[in-house]
Design a protein around this ligand. Structure first.
Ligand SMILES: [Zn+2]
Length: 260
């Protein structure tokens, strides 16, 4: 190996270490935050054990039963259907997702590039960003946080429950580097709220977002398709075989974009 080659290799190592240190700095752990689900494997969710903040169970139940009175943990007003209809898609450039069907869904990140589209066994879009862990993850629609947990590989995951024209959907955001401070199960969120930062926690080879949308209510015991994450995983493969590809079923997901 030539000296020049060694210098280049050393530079690469230095660069990678620098990036590693930056990522560490960006991982802001919130000591006040309690993870709402037991340490679970996304493919074997029999161990999923829900422990939510006080009253959040009531809030989730109210939401599921269509009761807009969300109770005392409500921090922001959950947009009802009329308000959802009024949401305007920000038309800033042609790469913005084009709505082809109601409901209106937004892209989960401001800057993104599809690195992997849904396929069998992976019913999700993988999205990278030039901003890496600096990219903030947003809900694809207004809703309520229904799950905050890690899988057995250590991936930080948030799920959001949506009720759109009477149909329950769940969006799932995986590999976050950090959760947004103060989030909790039962928290109403809008498309403008943050859920966390893009990351590479868990079974992942680089910083990206793995985002799935399924037409069921994850963790709802009354929804046999999605009562737990094992059911969710099975249902996602069934729906994929039926050509339901999550986000791509309801919006046109561009290959690359610079604005939500
Ligand atoms: Zn993925």
């Amino acid at each position: 190996m030539s000296n020049k080659r060694i210098i280049i290799d050393m530079s690469i190592v230095f660069l990678l270490v620098s990036i590693g240190l930056q990522c560490k700095d960006l991982f802001i752990k919130d000591d006040n935050y309690t993870v709402s689900y037991e340490y679970v494997n996304i493919k074997d969710m029999s161990k999923a054990n829900v422990t939510t903040k006080e009253n959040s169970k009531i809030v989730v139940d109210n939401f599921l039963s269509g009761n807009n009175n969300l109770g005392s943990v409500e921090e922001t007003t959950l947009n009802n259907q009329e308000q959802l209809e009024e949401v305007e898609l920000p038309v800033q450039n042609e790469s913005v997702a084009t709505v082809v069907n109601k409901p209106i869904w937004y892209l989960p990140v401001e800057m993104g590039r599809i690195s992997q589209a849904p396929r069998y066994g992976h019913n999700a879009y993988d999205i990278t960003s030039p901003r890496g862990t600096g990219e903030t993850i947003h809900p694809v629609a207004n809703g309520i946080i229904s799950g905050i947990y890690t899988d057995s590989a250590g991936a930080l995951i948030v799920t959001v429950l949506h009720d759109i024209n009477g149909v329950k959907y769940t969006s799932q955001y995986v590999h976050l580097s950090s959760y947004r401070e103060g989030i909790y199960v039962g928290m109403p969120v809008t498309i403008n709220d943050a859920l966390g930062q893009m990351g590479t926690t868990g079974n992942s080879t680089g910083v990206h977002l793995h985002v799935t949308v399924l037409d069921c209510a994850l963790f709802d015991p009354n929804d046999p398709n999605c009562s737990d994450l094992g059911a969710w995983y099975n249902y996602s493969n069934i729906r994929l075989s039926q050509e339901f590809i999550g986000l791509g079923s309801v919006i046109y997901v561009p290959y690359e974009w610079y604005s939500r």
